[in-house]
Design a protein around this ligand. Structure first.
Ligand code: HEC
Ligand code: HEC
Ligand code: HEC
Ligand code: HEC
Ligand code: HEC
Ligand code: HEC
Length: 499
C-alpha cells in the first residue's frame, strides 16, 4: 500500500469494468448498425427484422453503451473522491469555441450526430411503414397468421392493408397495436396462444373508423345480382343454380328510397340488439328506433333466459359483413366453385360428394391432410384418367381454406351475410321475433320474414331452367326434399347437406 498512486485523469476514470463493457457495447453496436444499414440499403426487398435491428435495436444498444461508459465514470469518480477527499477537480466540461481544437471536435460531433439521427429517422420511418404492411402482419409469424393472410388474399380486400381494418389511423392506434403486438409475440414464442384465434366485435375498431373510411354508407346501391352455382351430391353432380336479385337498397333519404338491406345502415334507422354468445349467433332481443324516434322492441318468444344480463350492441356493417376479408370457404362452396370453373370435371361420377367428404375429415396437420386426401381419392378413382388433377385441386382447396394447425376453417368462424350455412339474417328475420308492444300491427308486429323482402329469385335450377327469367320472382323450389323456411343452416352445414 505504499505505492504512489498514478495521477488521476479522465482517462483513468473510465478504465473500469462498467465503462469498458459500455465501450465494447457501443463500438460493437455502432459497427452492427453500419453493417445492418448497408445490408438494408442494398437489399432488394427490405426485411422488417433488419429494419428493426438496424434502426431500433442497434441504436438502443449504442445509447446503452454510451450511458454505461458515463455510469462507470461517475461511480469510479465517486469512489476516488471518497478515498482522496478533494483531490479531484469539480466535474465540468469546458468548451471554449475560441480554441480551434474544441471547434473541430464540436463540429465533428454535431455532424456525426445529425447524420446518425437522419439515418435512423429515415430508417425508422421505413420500418414503421413496413410494420404496417400486409407482408409484416400476414407473413412475419407464419403459422398463427397464415389462415387470415391466405384467406384475405382471395377476398375482395386482397389489396387492402391489414391495418386499414385492424389498426385505424393515428399515432395512438399505432402504439396501442404495437404494444398488443408484443404481447402476441410473447404468446407466439411461448406457443400458448388460443387456436383458433378469435377477435370479438367489441375488440375491433368501429366500422365508422375502418369500413366507412373507404365505403360511403350514404351510397344508394339498389339491386345487386348474384348467381349461386351449385352441384348436388348425387351420382351426376346435378347442377342446381339460383339467380338472385339482392335488394341491397340504401339508408339515406337524400340518395334514394330508404329501404332494402342497407336500410340497416344506421342513417335513418338505428338497430340495437342483445346476443347470447360472443359470436352473436343467437339474438333474442332487438330494438328499432326510426327517424321520428318511434321505438319498437322485438323479442324471440322462444328465449327463456334473462334479457337484462345480455350485452347490447348497436348494429353496424360488421354485423352482416363480418367476414369481409377472411373468407374461409366451406367445402360445399369451394367444391362448387371448382366444378363451376372446370378445375374439377362434373362428369366424374359422385365427384361433388367424394371431394367434400375428403375435405371435411378431421386432420391434425396439413401434411397429414394432404396425404390422406390423396389416399382417399386414389382409392375411389383409381382408374380415372383425371385422378392427378382431382387430387391436386382438392389439395389446393384444402391449403387455401383449411388450417388444422390453427384449428381454423369455415367451422370456426360463422359468416353472417346470408342464411344458408349460418343463420345470418335469420338470427332476427326468422318469423319468431315479435313486437313486445301488443298494439303494434302490420309491418312492425314482427321482424320481416318474407323471402321477397330481401331478394327476388329470378331463375333457379339447371342450365336450361336458368334461362327462364321471371322478373316478378319465383317462389323457391327446394330440390325435392322437404324443408322448413327458416332453418336452412340446420341441414346446410357447409359439408354435404343432411336430409
Ligand atoms: C376489410 C377489412 C379487413 C382486412 C383488410 C383484414 N381484416 Fe382481419 N378481420 C376483419 C374482421 C371484420 C374480423 C373479425 C371477424 C369476425 O368477427 O368474424 C377480422 C379478424 C381477424 C383475425 C381473427 C381471426 C378471424 O379470422 O376471425 C385475425 C388474426 C386477423 N383478422 C388478421 C388479419 C391479417 C393478418 C390481415 C392482413 C393480411 C387482415 N386481418 C386484414 C377485417 C379485416
Ligand atoms: C382501404 C379501403 C377499404 C376498407 C378499409 C374497406 N374496404 Fe371494402 N372494399 C374496398 C375496395 C377497393 C373494394 C372493391 C374490391 C374490388 O372490386 O375488387 C371493396 C369491396 C367491398 C365489398 C364488396 C365485396 C364484393 O363481393 O364485391 C364489401 C361488401 C366491402 N368491401 C365491405 C367492407 C367492410 C365491411 C369493411 C370494414 C370491415 C371494408 N369493406 C373495409 C376497400 C376497402
Ligand atoms: C331438411 C334439411 C334442409 C333444409 C331445412 C334446407 N335444405 Fe337445402 N338442401 C337439402 C338437401 C338434402 C339438398 C340436396 C343436396 C345435395 O344433394 O347436394 C339441398 C340442396 C339445396 C341447394 C342446392 C345444392 C347446394 O348444396 O347448395 C340449395 C341452394 C338449397 N338447398 C338452399 C336451401 C335454403 C336457402 C334453405 C332455407 C331456406 C334450405 N336449403 C333448407 C336439405 C335442406
Ligand atoms: C343488414 C346487413 C347489412 C349491413 C348492416 C350492411 N350490409 Fe352491406 N350488404 C349486405 C348484403 C346482403 C349485400 C349484398 C350481398 C353481397 O355483397 O354478397 C351488401 C352489399 C354491400 C356492398 C356491395 C354493393 C355495393 O354497394 O357496392 C358494399 C360495398 C357494402 N355492402 C358495404 C357495407 C358497409 C360499408 C356497411 C356499413 C356502413 C354495410 N354494408 C352494412 C348486408 C349488409
Ligand atoms: C339484429 C337483428 C337483425 C339482423 C341480424 C338483420 N336484421 Fe334486417 N331488420 C331488423 C329489424 C328490427 C328490421 C325492422 C323491422 C322490419 O322491417 O321487419 C329489419 C328490416 C330489414 C329489411 C326491411 C327494410 C325496409 O325496407 O323496411 C330488410 C330488407 C332487412 N332487414 C334485411 C336484412 C338482411 C339481408 C340481413 C342479413 C344480412 C338482416 N336484415 C339482418 C333486424 C335485423
Ligand atoms: C332478411 C333477408 C332475407 C330473407 C327474409 C330471406 N333471405 Fe334468402 N338470402 C338473403 C341474403 C342476404 C342472401 C345472400 C345474398 C348474397 O350473398 O349476395 C340470401 C341467399 C339466398 C339463397 C341463395 C343461397 C345459395 O347459396 O344458393 C336462396 C336460395 C335463398 N336466399 C332463399 C330464401 C328463401 C326461400 C327465403 C324465404 C324462406 C329467404 N331466402 C328469405 C336474405 C334473405
Amino acid at each position: 500500500m505504499n505505492q504512489t498512486p498514478a495521477p488521476i485523469t479522465r482517462g483513468s476514470l473510465v478504465r473500469n469494468w462498467i465503462s469498458l463493457t459500455g465501450a465494447v457495447i457501443a463500438v460493437a453496436s455502432f459497427f452492427a448498425f453500419l453493417l445492418l444499414f448497408t445490408l438494408d440499403f442494398f437489399a432488394e426487398h427490405g426485411n422488417p427484422y433488419m429494419g428493426i435491428l438496424a434502426y431500433a435495436v442497434a441504436p438502443m444498444f449504442l445509447v446503452l453503451g454510451l450511458l454505461l461508459i458515463g455510469l462507470g465514470y461517475w461511480i469510479q469518480r465517486r469512489q476516488v473522491q471518497k478515498a482522496t477527499v478533494g483531490a479531484l477537480p469539480p466535474l465540468a466540461v469546458r468548451i471554449d469555441l475560441s480554441r480551434p481544437r474544441d471547434r473541430k471536435i464540436l463540429g465533428v460531433f454535431i455532424t456525426g450526430s445529425v447524420i446518425f439521427l437522419f439515418i435512423t429517422a429515415v430508417g425508422s420511418y421505413q420500418t414503421y411503414h413496413f410494420t404496417e404492411s400486409v407482408q409484416f402482419c400476414g407473413k412475419s409469424c407464419h403459422t398463427p397468421m397464415d389462415p387470415e393472410f391466405i384467406t384475405s388474399q382471395h377476398s375482395p380486400h386482397a389489396r387492402v392493408d391489414c391495418v386499414a381494418c385492424h389498426v385505424g389511423s393515428g399515432a395512438g392506434a399505432y402504439v396501442k397495436t404495437k404494444i398488443s403486438g408484443m404481447r402476441q409475440l410473447y404468446h407466439v414464442v411461448r406457443n400458448d396462444f388460443k387456436r383458433p384465434i378469435r377477435v370479438t366485435l367489441d375488440k375491433l375498431r368501429p366500422a365508422r373508423e375502418t369500413c366507412e373510411q373507404c365505403h360511403w354508407p350514404q351510397k344508394f346501391t339498389g339491386g345487386y345480382e348474384r348467381v349461386f352455382h351449385h352441384y348436388l351430391a348425387d351420382e351426376k353432380n346435378t347442377q342446381f343454380s339460383v339467380r338472385l336479385l339482392v335488394n341491397v337498397g340504401g339508408g339515406n333519404p337524400l340518395r334514394g328510397p330508404v329501404g332494402g338491406i342497407h336500410w340497416h345502415m344506421n342513417i335513418a334507422n338505428k338497430i340495437e340488439y342483445a346476443a347470447v354468445d360472443d359470436q352473436q349467433r343467437v339474438i333474442p332481443w332487438v330494438r328499432h328506433t326510426d327517424a321520428n324516434g318511434v321505438v319498437t322492441e322485438y323479442v324471440n318468444s322462444d328465449f327463456k333466459g334473462d334479457l337484462s344480463k345480455l350485452q347490447k350492441r348497436t348494429m353496424d356493417c360488421l354485423d352482416c359483413h363480418n367476414r369481409p376479408s377472411h373468407n374461409f370457404l366451406s367445402p360445399n362452396e369451394a367444391v362448387d366453385i371448382s366444378l363451376e370453373s372446370g378445375r374439377l370435371d362434373p362428369k366424374v361420377p359422385w365427384l361433388k360428394s367424394k371431394v367434400v367428404d375428403a375435405l371435411v375429415q378431421s386432420y391434425s396437420t396439413q401434411p397429414e391432410a394432404l396425404k390422406k386426401i390423396d389416399e382417399a381419392l386414389r382409392k375411389t378413382y383409381a382408374n380415372n384418367p383425371k385422378i392427378n388433377s382431382i387430387v391436386a385441386e382438392t389439395q389446393s382447396i384444402y391449403k387455401n381454406n383449411f388450417f388444422p394447425e390453427m384449428k381454423a376453417d369455415w367451422r370456426s368462424y360463422p359468416d353472417h351475410l346470408s342464411h344458408k350455412e349460418w343463420d345470418g339474417c335469420f338470427r332476427c328475420h326468422d318469423g319468431k321475433h315479435k313486437a313486445v308492444d301488443s298494439k303494434a300491427t302490420g309491418a312492425t308486429a314482427m321482424i320481416k320474414a318474407d323471402c321477397k323482402a330481401c331478394h327476388l329469385i329470378l331463375a333457379q335450377g339447371d342450365n336450361e331452367q336458368m334461362t327462364k327469367l321471371n322478373a316478378a320472382g319465383y317462389d323457391f323450389v327446394h330440390i325435392d326434399s322437404e324443408y322448413s323456411d327458416f332453418s336452412c343452416a340446420e341441414c346446410h352445414t357447409g359439408a354435404n347437406p343432411k336430409n
